[in-house]
Design a protein around this ligand. Sequence first.
Ligand SMILES: *[C@@H]1O[C@H](CO)[C@@H](O)[C@H](O)[C@H]1NC(C)=O
Ligand SMILES: *[C@@H]1O[C@H](CO)[C@@H](O)[C@H](O)[C@H]1NC(C)=O
Ligand SMILES: *[C@@H]1O[C@H](CO)[C@@H](O)[C@H](O)[C@H]1NC(C)=O
Length: 291
Amino acid sequence: MLLFSVLVAECSPVKPKRSALNQLTRTLLRKYDCGVRPVHNWTSPTTIHIDFILQSVLDVDGKTQSITTSIWYRQVWTDEFLVWDPEEFDGINEISLSSDAIWIPDVIISELVNEGRSVEIPYVYVNSSGSVRNYRPMQVVLACSLEMYAFPFDKQNCSLTFRSWLHSVKEIDLALWRSAEAIANDKREFMNDGEWELLSIPSHYWHMHQDDTGYAHIQFNVLIRRRPLLYVVGLLIPSIFLMLVDVSSFYLPLDSGTRIAFKISILLGYTLFRVNMMDEFPATAVRTPLI
Ligand SMILES: *[C@@H]1O[C@H](CO)[C@@H](O)[C@H](O)[C@H]1NC(C)=O
Ligand SMILES: *[C@@H]1O[C@H](CO)[C@@H](O)[C@H](O)[C@H]1NC(C)=O
Ligand SMILES: *[C@@H]1O[C@H](CO)[C@@H](O)[C@H](O)[C@H]1NC(C)=O
C-alpha cells in the first residue's frame, strides 16, 4: 500500500511553477495595447533616439541614380507602460519581447526606394525602467543624386533622412543617440577594402513645417570617395598610351606604304578598347564623365 502511494505520488502530474520570465512577460503584456503610444500623459512626446552605423557600400548605380548600402540601425525609446521592479521578478533587469506585441514607432527613411534583402529581427530588448532597444541590420537602396562628371576621381554625397511619416513633433520627436561627432567619425565597422572610401557622416536635426505642424527629421549625409587606382591602371594608362602611339605615327615618312596600315590598326585598337571598356564606365543620362 505504501509502495503504491509512493508510485502514485511520483507519477501524478505536478503543476509546474511558472518561471519568473514567463510571469514577468504576462504581467507586462496583460493590459498592454500595442496600438497606443506608451505615455501616461498624452501631451508628452515620445523621443526616439536614433543611431546608425554604415557597414558597407554595395553598389552605386548612375543609371537609376541609386546607391545600395548595408547599415546597422538602432532606435531607443522609453515605454512608460513597460516598467517593473526587478526585486519582484527574481532580479530580472532586462527581457526581450516580441516586437509585434508592443508599440513600435513608424520611423522611416525618406530616400528609401527599396528595402533590399533585410533580415527581420522579431525581438526588442526592454529594461526595467522602460527603455526599449530596437536594433536591426538593414540593406537599403536609396535614391541619391550622383555626380559622375569627375569619374574616376568622384566624391558622392548621399543622404538618409529619418522621420516619422505620420506623427508630428508633438507626438514623436527624434534625437541622436550618440553625439554627432561620434557618428560622423565612426568607421570601425565600415568594410574599407572596396571601391569606396568613407569620408564622414555629418548629421543634422531639423523640423519641417507643413500645415502649421512640425515634423522632426534627422538627416545623415554619407560622404564617400571612389578609389581611382583600378580605373587609372585599366582605363587611363592604356588610353594615354594609344594616344601617344597615334600622335607619334605622324612622324612616319609619307611615302612609306605601312603608314596607312598602321593608322588603321590604331583605329581598330581604339574601337576594341572602347567596346571592352563600355561596361566599366558608369552609365549616366545627364552629364557624362569628362574622361
Ligand atoms: C499633462 O502634462 C501637462 C504639461 O506637463 C500638464 O499641464 C497636465 O496637467 C498633464 N495632464 C495630466 C492628466 O496629468
Ligand atoms: C535602461 O536603459 C537605459 C538606456 O540604455 C539606461 O539609461 C537605464 O539606466 C537602464 N535602466 C536600468 C534599470 O538598468
Ligand atoms: C550633402 O548634401 C546635403 C543635402 O543635399 C547638403 O546639405 C550638404 O551640405 C552636402 N555636403 C557636402 C559636403 O557637400
